[in-house]
Design a protein around this ligand. Structure first.
Ligand SMILES: *Cc1c(COP(=O)(O)O)cnc(C)c1O
Length: 372
């Protein structure tokens, strides 16, 4: 008898090649190079913090020795009531990040293509590669979303299209007509994921219609998060809605107890405090307008704030003051912002809208550095 021929084993576990090619997500920094704690305007967190009711709910969340409700029933009912959505068409995620990954995993795999815009949210590249699919990047139009370019990037292999609206890191926004045209131009077997992480910062009159599309079509998934306007980034809560069959697939593969006890309790209380959401919206709208006006005055120094519907502004630097120098200079003033060479934007800084005093200090520092 001959010995069975074994395959050649490596001397260590071999990662799948599509996993080994992933560059890990780079979060907004908290400290400077020498470790000093800086005022953080690099992660689009809410400068007003979170709802006092959500803070209080954290302490009365329940018995930590027990598993949380695996289906976040009460929280989904509250979200459904707020948005006019049947709760069984809502699936919760450990941040919307979990749901973006699950959407790619459920509908794309090796040999399939996942499309998103250049200067899109960096998680889409990770989500596509994680499931072995091929990321396909559509060109931008002056940093903004080009619906025609997105549609032109679609091939027979396309399975998922991701679009953040408003987009991060650009702040650009595609209105309802553009979203409708994008959806109409996609085959019905292509999943369109509209990532509305910043939707609550958009004036209601400018709604992009994505939730309505998710309600009446079979291939649109909308994701939302508690990390931005609700000020609960630390609790890791997101949700998605779409056709029942889409929600069903995500429910099959999400973490069984994906929302912790305190995540469910604080998010529920936050949903109940829409006054805090309104105050955050108004604060952001007013401070963003003031900050953009200050930046516009530095146009002759090569600074250009790109139009933003979100809680941050992306600034292009094309004059003597370079984005990298502005980034380091602001750090010397005690502020950490987001310089984005890793995302192909070495000429840009993304700055989260903070308090009035913070935005004044940043505008003053930028003006000084630019020699204005
Ligand atoms: C911040 C952000 C999210 C939110 O991610 P969470 O996992 O919910 O914290 C999602 N999409 C975009 C585009 C974002 O900028």
């Amino acid at each position: 008898m001959t010995e069975p021929v074994l395959p050649p084993f490596a001397d260590r576990p071999q990662p799948k090649p599509w996993i080994a090619q992933i560059h890990a997500y780079v979060p907004g920094k908290t400290t400077g190079a020498d470790g000093q704690v800086l005022t953080k305007l690099s992660a689009n967190e809410n400068p007003l913090g979170t709802s006092p009711q959500a803070q209080a709910a954290r302490h009365g969340a329940g018995d930590q020795a027990r598993y949380p409700d695996p289906d976040s029933v009460v929280l989904r009912q509250a979200l459904g009531a707020l948005h006019g959505i049947a709760p069984d068409r809502i699936v919760m995620g450990t941040g919307s990040d979990e749901l973006l990954n699950l959407a790619a995993q459920a509908f794309a795999g090796p040999g399939d293509e996942v499309v998103y815009v250049r200067y899109g949210f960096s998680v889409y590249d990770i989500a596509a590669r994680r499931c072995g699919a091929t990321p396909v990047v559509a060109p931008d139009r002056d940093y903004g979303t080009d619906v025609d370019a997105l549609l032109a990037a679609v091939t027979p292999a396309t399975r998922v299209v991701f679009l953040a609206n408003p987009n991060n890191p650009t702040g650009s926004y595609t209105g309802a007509a553009g979203i409708a045209r994008l959806h109409a131009g996609l085959r019905p077997d292509i999943l369109l994921v509209i990532d509305q992480a910043y939707a609550e910062y958009v004036a209601p009159a400018d709604d992009d219609g994505a939730l309505a599309l998710a309600a009446r079509t079979t291939n649109v998934l909308v994701t939302r998060t508690f990390s931005k306007i609700y000020g609960l980034a630390g609790e890791r809560v997101g949700w998605a809605t779409g056709d029942a069959a889409l929600v069903d697939m995500l429910n099959r593969i999400r973490g069984p107890f994906n929302l912790s006890l305190s995540a469910q309790a604080t998010a529920l209380a936050a949903v109940g405090d829409q006054e805090f959401v309104r105050a955050s919206f108004e604060h952001n709208r007013d401070q963003r307008a003031r900050f953009v006006e200050r930046l516009a005055a530095l146009g002759n120094r090569g600074l250009r704030p790109l139009p933003s519907e979100a809680n941050f502004v992306l600034i292009e630097f094309s004059g003597a003051l370079r984005a990298e120098d502005a980034y380091r200079g602001l750090m010397d003033h005690g502020y950490i912002t987001r310089w984005l060479p890793g995302q192909g934007l070495p000429q840009c800084l993304r700055i989260t809208i903070g308090t009035a005093a913070q935005m004044d200090a940043i505008a003053d520092a930028l003006a000084r550095m630019a020699g204005a």
